[in-house]
Design a protein around this ligand. Structure first.
Ligand code: NOJ
Length: 745
């Protein structure tokens, strides 16, 4: 660059910075000017969030003075208040307060608002971050049209224990995949920028390590090393923070004996300190008060002190901030500066959302009607639902089914129910018919031509021992060319407070399968669930298995699309499926141990179970397609690299089957020797590619220092020189090509 150009560049850049600086400053200035008008009580008011009366997602505090408290400026936000009519009515009350500070309206928009998308764990099976960003985008568009400006999503907790009911809300067991999905979801919810009409604030939750609750029991303690915390449980939160997430929610659990809600290390030192997070932190429902039960504080006064000191800015429903913060300030236990910091963070977001310009901007009933009936949303929901279905087994290439089949028997307790398909955490939108779901029966009916006859029998209930329906099911099966059996959990068997010690397919559903197979017919099993279930009989005997999870509004059509090959399944599991609860926690990126077990038969003083396999039923990254893919021609640009260097990796993938399809090509690394031992393999990259039958594509990966780094004993992020194994595969077990390289000093 010559001097003149350089000078001009500096001038323009300087001017831009001034303009940008002025903009940032102007929000801060506005915040400061409001702060200057506020009494201590009004400031504390901003730090309280109450539940509305419409629906409850936690233990309710009955309170008929809410409106008056809002009028007095004693409330900053409501949750579970939806629909433009209702939101507007509360906001009007806020506008009667002295300073007319608008309320925030928060809601668990976890997998859709009116249009329900697949549960988050199901969507994660797509490994398709664009699709997940789109589903969050649509959810935000609908929610914001319904008055909401803040979703309590995404849940970015890593989960390795399917007994934990909330495994359904996350992206599975892996920090690399989880971080990409966290980023996509934050971007989807928040859109181009907060302040746009269709953007809502996202909330990364639950900070931190909630997914590691001991025994998979919800709300339970978490005990883990700093290394595990930093390496596995924090990266998804860091990714959300880097994606610009507006808020964080802390968590119910204690971490190594300190409740997350009062945990200064997590909130002040890491989040607001090291990561320099500029948004605000909300408690989980009542979690400030629950610190008394934890046995970490004596009473509500101490609980409020602990939470604010630790960096929790807003109290969801415990009311300890409301009851004790003013006194804590008077007693010189809490400096006003701490209150100011929290309130500024909250007000900044209210300004960014544009609520001070127009508190009713998300309350346009016309827009609500339009966005909540947008057919494009259903189309997207159907596409991502199909992408979320995992083909686990396909003996004799039974699937895809031919559209010319004469008679199909569709059997099972989940064929006809409608709302079950929504899964847990669906949203019941007021004033709008939110019951729209394509049932599995309807989906199949929509798909087949008039020459195909569909027969139905329920067979049995989801739970219970009653086999009275078996006879009818057998009768129906005998008349059919193929049987499709839809079984699984109830939708509310996973979700918050839905931990289970027995995760087998409930009731007599697998016995029904056994009976149906005795007819000699081929049986395709659809497994509907919110978590990895245990279903060994089905895995061994069914002819084909589709794991359909809970797919949302378009479940029926999406399932039919996959059954008949209009969509060739491409999903891969983001979480290991155990053979038995006895294996839990089970995850692919484990350490080798000093006495690794390599088989299920040799228990000679090695790290195995004497009575159970150590291998999962289905491993992380597993999922079949109607076509097959050949992996070949792995090439590394070099075999040695320094930490400033990079290695380019290329591999050729060929579709060797008869159908067009997508493959998720996975790249794993193993650091052979580390000052902290390294997992047997770690996912470091992947590509989802689409290939026509017979087509081949070469794909590229880059290995750089970042991919080789880990937290050492001093918690420094380092790449240690030495040998690395490179594995390219179709799953964490199905490794097709390997090589190695060296990181040199
Ligand atoms: C408790 C849950 O843990 C949290 O995820 C949710 O956002 C709140 N309740 C509000 O419903």
């Amino acid at each position: 660059m010559n001097k003149i150009v350089q000078g001009a560049f500096c001038l323009i850049f300087g001017m831009l910075s001034i303009v940008a600086g002025a903009q940032v400053k102007s929000v801060d200035q506005k915040v400061d000017s409001v702060m200057g008008l506020m009494t201590l009580e009004e400031k504390i008011g901003q730090m309280n969030q109450y539940n509305d009366d419409w629906t409850a997602t936690g233990p309710v505090t009955l309170d008929n003075t809410k409106a008056e408290q809002i009028r007095q400026g004693q409330l900053g936000s409501l949750l579970n208040c939806m629909g433009t009519r209702r939101v507007r009515s509360w906001q009007m009350i806020a506008m009667q307060s002295r300073l007319k500070i608008p309320l925030l309206f928060g809601q668990d928009v976890i997998h859709g608002y009116k249009t329900t998308f697949p549960i988050p764990l199901a969507e994660a099976c797509s490994w398709d971050t664009n699709a997940m960003e789109l589903s969050a985008r649509i959810a935000a568009t609908e929610a914001s049209a319904g008055g909401i400006n803040w979703t309590f999503a995404p849940m970015v907790d890593i989960a390795r224990d399917p007994r934990w009911g909330r495994v359904m809300e996350g992206a599975g067991e892996d920090p690399y995949l989880g971080s990409l999905i966290a980023t996509a979801r934050v971007k989807g919810f928040q859109g181009k920028k907060l302040g746009d009409l269709n953007a809502v604030m996202a909330c990364a939750k639950h900070f931190a390590a909630y997914g590691a609750a001991i025994g998979g029991r919800d709300y339970n303690s978490v005990d883990m090393s700093d290394r595990l915390l930093w390496e596995v449980y924090l990266p998804t939160f860091k990714a959300a923070e880097e994606a610009g997430v507006a808020t964080f929610m802390n968590s119910f659990n204690d971490l190594n004996g300190v409740p997350a809600t009062g945990n200064k290390y997590l909130q002040r030192d890491i989040l607001k300190g090291k990561w320099d997070f500029k948004g605000f932190v909300v408690s989980d429902w009542g979690s400030i008060g629950e610190m008394i039960n934890h046995g970490n504080v004596k009473d509500g006064y101490e609980a409020a002190l602990s939470a604010i000191t630790a960096g929790c800015d807003m109290d969801m429903e415990s009311r300890n901030y409301k009851d004790h913060l003013a006194q804590l300030v008077k007693d010189n236990k809490v400096p006003v500066a701490l209150i100011d910091e929290a309130v500024k963070r909250i007000l900044r977001k209210k300004f960014e959302l544009g609520l001070f310009d127009d508190p009713y901007r998300f309350c346009n009933a016309e827009r609500e009607q339009r966005e909540l009936n947008n057919p494009a949303h259903a189309k997207a929901a159907r596409e991502i639902a199909a992408k979320s279905i995992v083909l686990l087994k396909n003996e004799h290439q039974l699937l895809p089914l031919s559209k010319n089949i004469k008679v199909i028997a569709f059997i099972g307790p989940l064929v006809k129910p409608i709302m079950q398909n929504k899964g847990f955490w669906d949203v019941e939108v007021p004033d709008i018919d939110s019951s729209y779901v394509v049932s599995q029966w309807e989906g199949l009916k929509n798909k087949v031509g008039k020459n195909t006859k569909l027969l139905y029998a329920k067979g049995c209930a989801i739970e219970g021992e009653n086999r009275d329906g078996f006879a009818e099911a057998l009768e129906v099966a005998k008349q059919a060319d193929v049987v499709i059996l839809s079984i699984g959990e109830r939708r509310d068997m996973t979700g918050e407070a839905k931990s289970r010690s027995n995760i087998n397919i409930p009731g007599v559903q697998e016995d029904l399968l056994k009976a149906l197979l005795s007819t000699g017919k081929s049986v395709v099993v659809l497994i509907n669930a919110g978590r990895p279930l245990v279903f060994n009989y089905t895995a061994e005997h069914a002819t084909a298995i589709l794991y359909t999870w809970w797919l949302g509004s378009e479940a029926g059509d999406a399932i039919a699309d996959v059954l008949f090959g209009d969509y060739n399944p491409s999903a891969k599991l983001p979480i290991s499926f155990p053979l038995s609860v006895g294996q839990i926690p089970i995850y692919y990126s484990h350490f080798n141990t000093g006495r690794p077990a390599t088989s299920d038969t040799n228990h000679n003083y090695n790290s195995s179970y004497n009575d159970l396999s150590i291998f999962p039923r289905y491993e992380f990254g597993y999922g079949l397609s109607y076509t097959t893919f050949k992996y070949s021609n792995l090439q590394l640009s070099k075999k040695k690299m320094t930490s400033n260097d990079r290695i380019e990796v290329s591999v050729e993938i060929t579709n060797t089957g008869n159908y067009a399809g997508e493959e998720i090509v996975q790249l794993y690394l193993r650091d052979r020797v580390g000052s902290i031992v390294r997992p047997v393999k770690e996912l470091k990259d992947f590509r989802k590619i689409s290939l026509k039958a017979g087509e081949a594509k070469t794909i590229q990966f880059v290995i750089d220092k970042e991919k080789l780094s880990f937290y050492n004993q001093k918690l420094e992020w380092v790449a240690e020189p030495g040998d690395f194994d490179l594995m390219i595969g179709a799953s964490s077990k199905d490794i097709r090509l390997t090589d190695s390289f060296e990181l040199i000093p």
